[in-house]
Design a protein around this ligand. Structure first.
Ligand code: ATP
Ligand code: MG
Length: 335
């Protein structure tokens, strides 16, 4: 993982730009450069405070207190929740010791349509139990408690927590939520739950979980409602552009309007920012272009964000009427 901190001053580290001069890269070379873009990690302020909040929760748990820290992280799709989880886990890897595997941070995605049994199975699988799908719910739960202790698990992070609300009926999976509460109480390990904003409804309907997860943080899309927010977004985009294997054109310096257009094209959501830029890099490498310009972003938007976003519906087209693309059948509907 290659990380950049947009708030830091000074030169940004560059990706391996070998082959940049002649642009006659073979397929593998191009794919390596494009994949490199997807591996860039931007440590923007909300990301950094998310890591800090998880670390606080983790550290408090090491003191074996009765009610260790618990944290709920929410945000729209693509805002970087799972990236946060994976990065924190990467910083605390599993260790093989003489007595077995130690797993300081156990992290996983909860299954769609969770039941006590399929959630227990997922946890056992992640704990390395070869018999992960054997036994009654009670037996599985007892094995989870034992393995969490034996593997010295210090923190559990469960992603996709919104699956605890049934999409069609809006019903909260109370039985599984109660089971989770039992696990949290019994193990006294700090838990971090991650999911879409509707997770807060699970807590509304379950006051005991609500009390346990009073610490909450939200990862929002980057807003540009005023000059200061626009400057922050601009800093983020420039840090990213500086790290790309194909440089941006002068238009990015001369024409500040482009940053606003990038925002319309991505709604300020990290996931869309990254797919737009990596598609632009891919197109530039395919066509042997020497820089990323507005014309290229116009094509990248259609490729990576919205195939129907042509002409006046494309933020990089001069005919685009500046407005968020949040109407029905537009890419950011429901955001
Ligand atoms: N801080 C970041 N730096 C670089 N890329 C990021 C960052 N945050 C997110 N991304 C990229 O954006 C994409 C979406 O991120 P991620 O999967 O973490 O979102 P999410 O909030 O978990 O979405 P969902 O709710 O749909 O699961 C990923 O490809 C990821 O690489
Ligand atoms: Mg996710």
């Amino acid at each position: 993982m290659h990380s950049i901190d947009p708030s830091a001053n000074g030169a940004m580290p560059n990706l391996d730009a070998s082959g940049m001069q002649n642009y006659r890269l073979g397929g593998d070379g191009k794919h390596k450069l494009t994949a490199g873009v997807r591996n860039i990690l931007i440590e923007h302020p909300a990301f950094a405070s998310g890591i800090r909040a998880i670390r606080d929760c983790h550290s408090l748990g090491l003191f074996q207190i009765e009610e260790p820290g618990r944290l709920l992280i929410m945000g729209v799709s693509g805002s970087g929740k799972s990236t946060l989880r994976k990065e924190y886990a990467r910083l605390h890897p599993r260790r093989d010791t003489e007595t077995g595997t130690e797993i300081p941070v156990l992290h996983l995605e909860l299954p769609a349509q969770p039941t006590i049994k399929n959630v227990a199975e997922r946890i056992l699988l992640e704990l390395g139990d070869p018999l992960f799908n054997r036994g009654s719910a009670e037996v599985m739960t007892a094995r989870i408690v034992t393995l969490l202790r034996n593997c010295h698990v210090e923190l559990v992070i469960l992603d996709e927590f919104q699956h605890f609300i049934d999409r069609s009926s809006e019903k909260v999976e109370t039985k599984v939520a109660d089971w989770l509460k039992y696990l949290i109480n019994t193990t006294k390990i700090p838990f971090v739950l991650i999911g879409l904003r509707r997770c807060s409804r699970i807590l509304q309907s379950n006051e005991q979980l609500r009390r346990r997860f009073c610490r909450q943080i939200v990862l929002e899309p980057f807003p540009i409602r005023n000059k200061q927010e626009l400057r922050i977004f601009e800093g983020l985009i420039h840090s990213l552009l500086d790290s790309l294997p194909v440089p941006p054109s002068d238009e990015f310096i001369k024409n500040r309007d482009i940053i606003e257009r990038v925002h319309f094209a991505t709604y300020g959501v990290m996931g869309y920012i990254m797919t737009l830029m990596s598609a632009a890099v891919q197109l530039a490498l395919d066509d042997g272009l020497t820089c990323i310009n507005v014309k290229l972003l116009e094509r990248a938007f259609c490729v990576a964000v919205w195939p129907n976003g042509r002409g006046s519906l494309n933020p990089f087209d001069s005919r685009f009427i500046k407005r968020p693309l949040t109407e029905r059948e537009e890419p950011f509907f429901g955001y």
